[in-house]
Design a binder for this molecule. Structure first.
Ligand SMILES: N[C@@H](CCC(=O)N[C@@H](CS)C(=O)NCC(=O)O)C(=O)O
Length: 216
C-alpha cells in the first residue's frame, strides 16, 4: 500500500488565516505536521527568501499537500473539502453555498486584510483605531446577514467555511478590544462554535509554537 504523506502547514499560532486551515483539518479529521513561521521574530520569518519560495505573498498559511504547495486559506479549505471525506465544509445546495461564500469573503476580503500585520505596520501609531474601525465596519454588515440566515451555525445547522472564517475573526476583534457585545448574533455563534472540539484543538492557545504565557 502506498504511504500517505501527512500535509504540512506552515503557519503561526496567532494568525487567523492559519487557524482557519487548522479548523478545516480538525473538522475533516486529517493529521498534519506544523512548521511554525514566526511573524514577529527575526523581523518576520514570512519575509525570508526561503519562505517566499513557498508563498510569494509572504503570508501564512502555506500548505504542502498531495505533492503541491497551496496558499490562500480559502483555497486550501476548498481543496481539502473537495479531496477529503468527512463533513462538507461547503454545502451542496447552491443557495446555502453562496451564503457560505458571502460570509467567508466578507471576512477574508473585507475585514482581515485591513488589519493584518503588514498593513498595520504601514499605518503606524493609529493602528489600533484603524483596526477597530474596519472590524466594526465589517461586523456591522455581518451582524444583520447572520441574524437573517444563521441557525445553530452561520448558515443553517451545519458547520461550514463561514464558521471557519468567523471564529478567528472574532478572536482578532477581541485582541483589538472591539466590543463584541454590540453584535449579539456574532457573539452567540462564536460562543457555540468555541465549544466544539475542532475549534478547541486548533485554538491559538494550544499550538506547538504558542508561547508559554499564552497557553491554555
Ligand atoms: N488571503 C490570505 C491572507 C493571509 C494573511 O494575511 N496572513 C497573515 C496572518 S493571518 C500574515 O501572514 N501576515 C503577515 C504580514 O502581514 O506580514 C489567506 O487567506 O491566506
Amino acid at each position: 500500500m502506498a504511504t500517505q504523506t501527512k500535509p504540512v502547514l506552515y503557519g503561526y499560532f496567532r494568525s487567523s488565516c492559519s487557524w482557519r486551515v487548522r479548523i478545516a483539518f480538525a473538522l475533516k479529521g486529517i493529521e498534519y505536521d506544523q512548521v511554525p513561521v514566526n511573524l514577529i521574530k527575526d523581523g518576520g520569518q514570512q519575509l525570508k527568501e526561503q519562505y517566499k519560495a513557498l508563498n510569494p505573498m509572504q503570508q501564512v498559511p502555506a500548505v504542502e499537500i498531495d505533492g503541491i504547495t497551496l496558499s490562500q486559506s480559502l483555497a486550501v479549505i476548498q481543496y481539502i473539502d473537495e479531496t477529503r471525506p468527512g463533513p462538507r465544509l461547503l454545502p451542496t445546495d447552491p443557495k446555502a453555498r453562496a451564503q457560505v461564500r458571502i460570509i467567508s469573503d466578507l471576512i477574508a476580503s473585507g475585514i482581515q486584510p485591513l488589519q493584518n500585520l503588514y498593513v498595520l505596520q504601514k499605518i503606524g501609531a493609529e493602528k489600533v483605531q484603524w483596526a477597530q474601525h474596519f472590524i466594526n465596519r465589517g461586523f456591522q454588515a455581518l451582524e444583520p446577514i447572520l441574524k437573517q440566515i444563521s441557525g445553530k451555525y452561520c448558515v443553517g445547522d451545519e458547520i461550514s467555511m463561514a464558521d471557519i472564517c468567523l471564529v478567528p475573526q472574532v478572536y482578532n476583534a477581541e485582541r483589538f478590544k472591539v466590543d463584541v457585545e454590540q453584535y449579539p448574533t456574532i457573539k452567540r455563534l462564536n460562543e457555540t462554535l468555541l465549544e466544539t472540539e475542532a475549534f478547541k484543538v486548533s485554538h491559538p492557545s494550544r499550538q506547538p509554537d504558542t508561547p508559554a504565557d499564552l497557553r491554555a
